[in-house]
Design a protein around this ligand. Structure first.
Ligand SMILES: C[S@@+](CC[C@H](N)C(=O)[O-])C[C@H]1O[C@@H](n2cnc3c(N)ncnc32)[C@H](O)[C@@H]1O
Length: 338
C-alpha cells in the first residue's frame, strides 16, 4: 500500500463527518434558529429554546455544533450570537442570503440514498421517477422553492457578472432559462438601456413578474413562456445569457443550446455563459461536488473552461474569453462574427 501523506490522515473521516455541518445548517435555517439569533441575540441556550419553541437539549447540541463550525459565536460565556458571515448568509430576507437555497435541503437533501439511486439509475431522481421541470409544472410549491433557491445562489454572483459583462452597447438580451430573473435584475440595473427577455417554463412566469415589479424594473424585464428545446428561439438579440443552463443538460443538448443561442443573436452579438467551472483535476472541491447535485437533479454536469471554449468555437463564436467573477463562479463570453 502506498504511504498515506500526513495531510491525508483524516481526509476520509473529515469527509464523512462534514455532512453533519450541512444538515445542522439546514435545520437552523428551517427552524428559525439563525433568524432568532440575528433578531434577538446574543441569547443563552434557554432563551433561544424559548424564543424558537424548540427543545432545550436540541438547541444545546445545535449550538455546540455551530460554534465548532464557526457559524455561531459565544459572545459572552453562555450567550450566543451569529458570526458575521452567518448573519449575512443564513438569515432569511437579508440581501444575498443563502437561506432560500439551504432551506430546500430539508425536502431535497442530497442524501447517500439519493446518490445511490442516481448511481444505479443515472438520474435525475430527486423527485422519484418524475422529470424535475415537469414536477415544477404540476406543483407550484416546488417551483417556488426552486426559484427561491436559484435566487439565493445567484444573487451575489449576479452582481459580479453584471460588472464583468460588457453590455454597454447592448439593447436586447435573452436570458434563456433565467429563473425568477435574479441575473436579469442585476444586468438591468447595471445597464439602464438594456431590455431583458426571460424565456422560462410557465410555472416560473409569475415569479419573474413579481421580482421585476418588486425591483421597479417592469419596463426593463419581461417574461416569455417558451421552451429551451423549441426548434428556435426568438431572434435578433444583442446578447444571450445561459446561466446554470448548460450544466442541466447532456453534452449533446448543450451543443444544441449553444447553436440556438448563436441563431438568436444578431451579428456581433455576445453569448454569456455563467457556470461554476471545474479544472483539469476536478476542483475546486465545491464545484466538483456539484456534479452530484447535477446527477440527482438534472441530465448534466459541471463544465471546464476549456470544454466551454471549444463548445463556443465549434458553434461559430469568436473572441472567447473566460473571467472569474465571484467565489466559485466564472463568465465565459463569446462573440458572433459580424
Ligand atoms: C438551474 S436553473 C437556472 C436559473 C437562472 N438562470 C440562474 O442562473 O439563477 C434552470 C432554469 O431553467 C428552466 N428550464 C428548465 N427547462 C426549461 C425549458 N424546457 N425551457 C425553458 N426553461 C427551462 C428552469 O425553470 C430553471 O429556472
Amino acid at each position: 500500500m502506498d504511504e498515506i501523506k500526513p495531510e491525508d490522515e483524516l481526509r476520509v473521516y473529515d469527509s464523512y463527518v462534514a455532512g453533519r455541518l450541512s444538515a445542522g445548517l439546514a435545520a437552523g435555517v428551517r427552524t428559525g434558529l439563525f433568524d432568532t439569533l440575528h433578531a434577538k441575540g446574543p441569547l443563552t441556550r434557554v432563551e433561544l429554546a424559548h424564543a424558537t419553541g424548540l427543545h432545550e437539549r436540541g438547541v444545546r447540541a445545535w449550538l455546540s455544533a455551530m460554534v465548532a463550525g464557526q457559524l455561531v459565536i459565544e459572545a459572552q460565556p453562555g450567550s450566543y450570537g451569529l458570526s458575521p458571515v452567518a448573519a449575512r448568509d443564513c438569515v432569511r430576507d437579508q440581501p444575498g442570503s443563502l437561506a432560500g437555497l439551504i432551506d430546500m435541503e430539508i425536502e431535497n437533501f442530497l442524501s447517500p440514498a439519493l446518490i445511490v439511486e442516481g448511481l444505479q439509475e443515472g438520474g435525475p431522481c430527486v423527485y422519484g421517477n418524475s422529470d424535475p421541470w415537469a414536477e415544477h409544472a404540476t406543483d407550484p410549491a416546488k417551483a417556488r422553492s426552486f426559484s427561491d433557491a436559484m435566487h439565493a445562489i445567484s444573487m451575489r454572483p449576479a452582481e459580479a457578472l453584471a460588472q464583468a459583462a460588457n453590455l454597454t452597447d447592448a439593447r436586447r438580451l435573452l436570458d434563456a432559462g433565467g429563473g425568477s430573473g435574479t441575473i436579469s435584475v442585476a444586468l438591468a440595473r447595471a445597464f439602464p438601456k438594456l431590455h431583458c427577455t426571460i424565456l422560462e417554463i410557465a410555472p416560473v412566469l409569475p415569479h419573474i413578474e413579481e421580482r421585476a415589479q418588486e425591483e421597479g424594473l417592469s419596463e426593463q424585464i419581461s417574461a416569455l413562456e417558451g421552451d429551451l428545446f423549441a426548434d428556435s428561439w426568438p431572434g435578433d438579440f444583442d446578447a444571450v445569457l445561459l446561466s446554470q443552463i448548460l450544466h442541466d443538460w447532456s453534452d449533446e443538448e448543450a451543443v444544441r443550446l449553444v447553436r440556438r443561442a448563436f441563431q438568436a443573436l444578431a451579428p456581433g452579438g455576445t453569448l454569456l455563459i455563467h457556470e461554476k467551472l471545474v479544472t483539469q483535476d476536478g476542483g475546486p472541491l465545491a464545484n466538483g461536488l456539484v456534479n452530484l447535485d447535477m446527477l440527482v437533479w438534472t441530465e448534466g454536469r459541471q463544465w471546464s473552461a476549456d470544454e466551454l471554449e471549444s463548445l463556443l468555437k465549434d458553434a461559430g463564436f469568436e473572441s472567447v474569453d473566460v473571467t472569474a467573477t465571484y467565489g466559485y463562479w466564472s463568465l465565459v463570453a463569446g462573440t458572433k462574427p459580424s
